[in-house]
Design a protein around this ligand. Structure first.
Ligand SMILES: [Zn+2]
Ligand SMILES: [Zn+2]
Ligand SMILES: [Zn+2]
Ligand SMILES: [Zn+2]
Length: 404
């Protein structure tokens, strides 16, 4: 039997290119906006960067002319090169600065106009100073399929559990601007809470990495299917040519099975996420906590002011799922609940407090807000209106418009 197998088709992304992308992102993240010169051919790709601040001191260079191929003159970045190792060291160094308390710019004594409980819910909040602990992680995501591909990403996880990738590191920015409060009295998170946050972040990252891998995996599976088809055809022809030789035919069929299972196992995508470093960002916050007595029950509403940057976190309106800058209480459901300005209204007839999910409508004639018990529908046009605007005419309840 002649052992003649055709050449394999492979994806074009090479490892060195992945390193080049990684490098570009690294300098982008850490405040050394790269003046990139993109050239299709990696052998000619160079990257000029001007590290600033601590990174400049750390690397000991004002400018770097980075190359990704050993045949070129310049600062070589490839796994194992000196500069590549220094880049990883920098990430570890950053990891040491894992406690980043932010300074408070101002401590407001009241919420800014446009925030807070909606009339008629006026009340005095109890003010509580506190610390919000957000996490920032620098993560290396590794995708191994036919090729190995690495990605460097910065991820933040807020105390409330919201995670997302960010363009640039808040920690690096804060450090560069010298905004860390050295004598901060902000509370550290408990070990238990920190562990929980890290677990949450890792869970999110694993899911994120799978999503990132999915399109690559799909492409790879397409190539796998082509490859399997090609092998099947190739061996099929050989088998057909050797119709009389049963031993050889069996041998060929066996070889085909072997080749296919080899291909299948080389087309599996493995995804790995490694946390290179993480930092706890401690934000000084003020909570404006309101409590309202409604129908004998107490319902809380809170707005949080981040005193480091003035950003306000509003409670979320369950009716429209948007942050409620101003909010009130709807009593139309089984449970009392908060409702934002756009979803809330007081019935003009019975003064019931309702949201749009619990029967709040506006009269199609006068435009005033009505609850469902005070807004029967006109039997002529089907629109809701006040009872007082309906009159019976020939046995049908009609609104003022339909009676004209
Ligand atoms: Zn709403
Ligand atoms: Zn009503
Ligand atoms: Zn409601
Ligand atoms: Zn009508």
């Amino acid at each position: 039997m002649t052992e003649k197998t055709p050449a394999k088709g492979r994806g074009s992304a090479s490892r060195a290119e992945a390193v080049a992308d990684y490098c570009e992102r690294f300098f982008g993240h850490f405040g050394a906006a790269p003046a990139a010169s993109h050239v299709e051919d990696l052998r000619a790709r160079t990257l000029r960067v001007a590290p600033v601040g601590d990174l400049q001191e750390f690397l000991g260079e004002k400018t770097l002319d980075i190359v990704f191929h050993a045949s070129l003159e310049g600062d070589l970045v490839t796994p194992g090169s000196r500069l590549f190792d220094r880049m990883l060291d920098w990430l570890r160094e950053l990891g040491r600065c894992s406690w980043v308390p932010l300074a408070a710019r101002e401590l407001p004594s009241r919420l800014p106009v446009g925030f807070g409980p909606l009339a008629p819910y006026q009340g005095v909040a109890s003010l509580k100073r506190g610390t919000q602990h957000d996490l920032e992680l620098v993560v290396q995501a590794v995708f191994v399929g036919e090729e190995r591909h690495e990605d460097l990403v910065v991820v933040t996880l807020s105390e409330a559990g919201e995670a997302h990738t960010v363009e640039s590191s808040v920690v690096a920015e804060v450090l560069a601007a010298g905004k860390v409060e050295p004598h901060s009295e902000l509370a550290h998170p408990s070990q238990k809470k920190l562990k929980q946050q890290l677990d949450d972040a890792l869970e999110w990252l694993t899911q994120w990495a799978k999503e990132q891998a999915a399109p690559r995996e799909e492409e790879m599976l397409e190539r796998l299917s082509t490859e399997v088809q090609r092998l099947t055809n190739y061996y099929g022809e050989l088998i057909a040519q050797n119709e009389m030789n049963e031993d050889l035919r069996e041998q060929l069929a066996h070889d085909l099975d072997l080749r296919v299972s080899e291909e299948v196992s080389s087309h599996r995508m493995a995804v790995e996420v490694n946390v290179v470093c993480f930092a706890v960002i401690a934000r000084p916050v003020l909570d404006f906590d309101y409590e309202f007595e409604v129908l004998g029950k107490t319902i809380p509403m809170s707005w949080r002011v981040d005193c480091s940057d003035g950003l306000i976190t509003s409670p979320v309106c369950p009716t429209c799922a948007e942050p409620a800058k101003t909010a009130a209480v709807c009593s139309g459901g089984e449970e009392l609940h908060l409702a934002c300005e756009s979803c809330f209204g007081v019935c003009a007839v019975c003064q019931a407090h309702r949201c749009s999910d619990h029967g709040l409508v506006s009269c199609h004639i006068g435009g005033e807000l009505l609850c469902s018990s005070c807004a029967p529908r006109c039997e002529g046009c089907g629109s809701p209106t006040r009872k007082s605007r309906l009159k019976q005419q020939d046995g049908t309840w009609l609104c003022t418009v339909c009676r004209e």
